[in-house]
Write a protein that binds this ligand. Structure first.
Ligand SMILES: NC(=O)c1ccc[n+]([C@@H]2O[C@H](COP(=O)([O-])OP(=O)(O)OC[C@H]3O[C@@H](n4cnc5c(N)ncnc54)[C@H](OP(=O)(O)O)[C@@H]3O)[C@@H](O)[C@H]2O)c1
Length: 253
């Protein structure tokens, strides 16, 4: 059993690394999808790579959550449900639905994502099995739970609609890119990324916990620079790209 003080220090360290990574990521275009760069070494089939790299977020989280000896309140099982609802989709459904059959992803990206997902899966799974405060059933009426859940559900809905609309842009066998024109893309180039960030910020609020905050920080560090890179890419590749569209936050960024 890890002492709570040590655990919290580890999580703060992880948060700090996530914050330091952010400005670096603004200069490194993570080389998969439209930013693929062959100089990043050996590659693996894109769909398989996604399943392998997302699986630890599901498996490591579930392992540590189930292994815990503390008896879990119904509220913690609700948190468990939120996590699973996201990661069953991200690990299996999302990769299998993408129209990327002929595409590759670098091993290095898969390896880094396995590390990132394992750390976050461990920190959250362990915390919600061993170290969390006793969330009483009244937590379900707490403003933090209600606001956080609304953020999570709204974020997830936007993320899934946007991912679906992107996948629908390609006919079977196509691999190129088009300008997304559905409603959810009217204001921003990357609503899927915006939804993802809102979702995990919501999880941090609804659980009011340090490991979930760490995950939200890391999500922003990973995803926000990618949204900015995508937005720039769209503007460079499509002369008729809608001028009023922002990258990820409507009217702002
Ligand atoms: N929690 C985290 O830290 C984290 C980190 C990264 C991603 N994610 C999530 O994972 C999901 C995928 O992320 P991503 O950055 O890979 O998304 P993305 O670049 O927007 O791509 C999503 C899918 O749509 C296709 N696509 C995108 N734009 C297209 C266009 N204009 N025309 C035709 N097809 C298009 C992509 O194909 P190609 O692959 O061929 O480009 C890919 O299959 C998102 O929901 C994101 O929020 C989460």
């Amino acid at each position: 059993m890890i002492k709570e003080d040590l655990f919290n220090e580890l999580v703060w360290l992880w948060i700090l690394i996530g914050i330091v990574i952010f400005p670096i990521m603004l200069f490194v275009k993570v080389p998969y999808g439209r930013h693929t760069d062959k100089s990043w070494g050996a590659t693996i089939n894109n769909k398989l790579g996604w399943i392998i790299m997302e699986f630890p977020a599901l498996a490591v989280f579930m392992y540590f959550f189930m292994k815990g000896e503390k008896s879990q309140s119904a509220v913690v099982w609700v948190f468990f449900g939120f996590w699973l609802f996201h990661y069953v989709n991200r690990t299996f459904i999302y990769p299998l639905r993408t129209k990327t059959a002929k595409k590759q992803i670098p091993f290095l990206i898969v390896f880094l994502a396995i590390f990132f997902n394992s750390v976050n899966g461990f920190l959250n799974g362990y915390y919600f099995s061993e170290l969390h405060p006793n969330y009483d059933i009244s937590w379900l009426y707490d403003a933090r739970f209600i606001i956080g859940s609304l953020m999570f559900i709204l974020g997830m809905t936007v993320n899934r609609i946007a991912d679906r609309d992107l996948m629908n842009l390609r006919k079977p066998g196509e691999t190129g890119y088009k300008i997304p024109q559905t409603k959810i893309f009217k204001l921003v180039s990357c609503p899927n990324h915006g939804g993802e960030m809102l979702e995990w910020a919501g999880f941090a609020v609804l659980t009011w916990s340090l490991p979930a905050l760490a995950f939200a920080v890391w999500t922003v560090s990973n995803v926000l620079p990618r949204s900015l890179a995508h937005h720039k890419w769209y503007k460079n590749h499509f002369p008729d790209y809608p001028k009023n569209r922002k990258a990820v936050i409507p009217y702002i960024l």
